[in-house]
Each structure stands twice: as structure tokens, then as C-alpha cells.
Design a protein around this ligand. Structure first.
Ligand code: ATP
Length: 248
């Protein structure tokens, strides 16, 4: 593994820690000894080509796929034996587009996202989320299926924020979006990030480096590079191998 300069060592500010994780499907092992961490308030980007294992790793972290080896801790506590909903309750929110119902209104979708919250606090959290996404407030009574691709993506993000996560996990937020909407969604995520939320984002679109403090590059289910964004930018071998990016 190539290591970047200025990598923060694990400590009290660690929110998520993944240690030596192996996982996969049936007879196929996809992840091999993967270790990763996300600090409090940190933005971490998971890069890698198609099939590198990004989605598999996010599934293992969010409780949709059992571990074959290794450990996962959130906020200092072991979570690898918890169900997916229990991990959400502990603060690991997951953005999924599949979890957004196109025939329901924006507001009903947001309400569904708050399933881990006490009923009394849903209104306050929804107000906060609308403040962050005023565009969605204007469309709150509309069916999600009638919104643009970019707005639908924002509904998925907003829905995940409704459970008040400490960490927001996203699998390819740019998927299916035109460059214009990628820009729009990215700008909103930068704002979410500025509020101190930790992010773990799997992406193939390098524009998302804007969100990141540190980057992991997966290859064949193993961590190939770990480091700061500037270390990645300075690492020509990784840039060329993974992103077809030449010199500076
Ligand atoms: P992509 O960006 O294409 O989704 P990825 O980095 O997220 O790529 P994964 O989806 O994690 O990669 O896939 C890693 C490997 O696991 C691939 O070889 C893929 O074919 C395999 N795989 C993914 N999902 C399943 C599944 N449900 N059953 C069996 N194999 C799977």
C-alpha cells in the first residue's frame, strides 16, 4: 500500500474505524484485510475502478453484509454485530436512492427517514434539513418522481440526514447525474460537510475530491493507497493507474 503524507493517526477523534475487514458473497471473497478510518468531522473519499469493492465495503460497514474477519467500531463501540437499523441508530446514516419512494411526496420521504428518532423531535429536524435544502422545501408536497435527477438525489441525502447521523455514508452520489447536477449535488454536500458532519463517500468521479480530507483507493478489494488529497494529487503512479490523470 502507498501511504500519503500527513495521515492523522487514530485517536480520540476517531469516529469510524474499520480494522482488517474481509467480506464477500458466497464462495467469493471480495474484501481482503481492509482498514480505514474516518475522524470526527472528516470527509473521506473511497475511490476505485468498477468492481474494486467500494460498494461491498460500504455494505459491510452499514450492516448489509456480514464480516468474515476484522472489526468495525463507531464512536469507540463495536458495531459489527449490530443490525443495519441499529447502526443507523448509533449514528451511521446511509444515503440510498433505493430507499426513496418516487410516488410519495418529498415530506413523506423525509418523515420515513426519521424512523430512529423520537416522534417529538421529527419536526425540528425536518426544519433543519429544509434550511439546508431550501429547494426541497419548495417542492415538499410534490411526488419525488416529479423532481429532477439532482433534486431526487438531494432527497436521498436529506432523508439520510433525518436520522441525525454523525457519519453519512454515500455510495456514488454522482451516479446517473448529468455534469450540471453533479455540480449542484456536490455544492450541497460541501455545505453539509461544513456543518461538521463526517462523510464516507464511495465515488469514481474525482470532482468529489472537493469533499475530502483524506482518500482511500481500493483495488481488487484491498487498500492500494491511503492519504491526504494533496498526497494523492502528488502521487503520479496512483493518478495515472486509477484515474487516467497525467501530470499536474
Ligand atoms: P461499482 O462502482 O461498479 O459498483 P465497486 O467498487 O462498488 O464497483 P462492488 O460492487 O463492491 O465494486 O463489487 C466488487 C466485486 O463483488 C465485483 O467483482 C462484483 O462482481 C462482486 N459482487 C458485487 N455484488 C455482488 C453480489 N450481490 N453477489 C456476488 N458478487 C457480487
Amino acid at each position: 500500500m502507498v501511504s500519503g503524507i500527513g495521515v492523522v493517526s487514530p485517536g480520540a477523534d476517531e469516529l469510524l474505524s474499520v480494522e482488517g475487514v474481509g467480506s464477500g458473497y458466497g464462495s467469493m471473497q471480495v474484501l481482503w484485510d481492509v482498514s480505514l478510518r474516518v475522524g470526527r468531522g472528516e470527509g473521506v473519499l473511497l475511490l476505485g475502478a468498477n468492481g474494486a469493492g467500494k460498494t461491498t465495503l460500504l455494505k459491510a460497514i452499514s450492516g448489509l453484509l456480514p464480516l468474515r474477519s476484522g472489526a468495525i467500531r463507531l464512536d469507540g463501540a463495536s458495531i459489527d454485530r449490530l443490525r443495519a437499523d441499529q447502526r443507523v441508530q448509533r449514528g451511521a446514516g446511509v444515503m440510498t436512492e433505493q430507499g426513496v419512494f418516487p410516488t410519495l411526496s418529498v415530506e413523506d420521504n423525509l418523515r420515513l427517514g426519521a424512523y430512529t428518532l423520537p416522534r417529538g423531535s421529527v419536526g425540528t429536524v425536518m426544519k433543519d434539513v429544509y434550511q439546508l435544502f431550501p429547494e426541497l422545501f419548495g417542492r415538499r408536497r410534490d411526488a419525488v418522481g416529479s423532481l429532477s435527477g439532482g433534486q431526487r438525489k438531494l432527497v436521498a441525502v436529506a432523508k439520510a440526514l433525518m436520522c441525525r447521523p454523525q457519519l453519512l455514508i454515500m455510495d456514488e452520489p454522482s451516479a446517473g447525474l448529468s455534469p450540471r447536477y453533479v455540480k449542484e449535488v456536490l455544492a450541497q454536500l460541501v455545505e453539509v460537510r461544513q456543518r461538521g458532519l463526517s462523510l464516507l463517500v464511495a465515488e469514481q468521479n474525482v470532482a468529489f475530491l472537493e469533499l475530502a480530507d483524506r482518500v482511500y483507493v481500493l483495488e481488487g478489494g484491498r487498500v492500494r493507497f491511503e492519504g491526504t488529497v494533496s498526497a494523492l494529487e502528488g502521487n503520479q503512479a496512483v493518478r495515472e493507474a486509477f484515474f487516467g490523470l497525467g501530470g499536474p
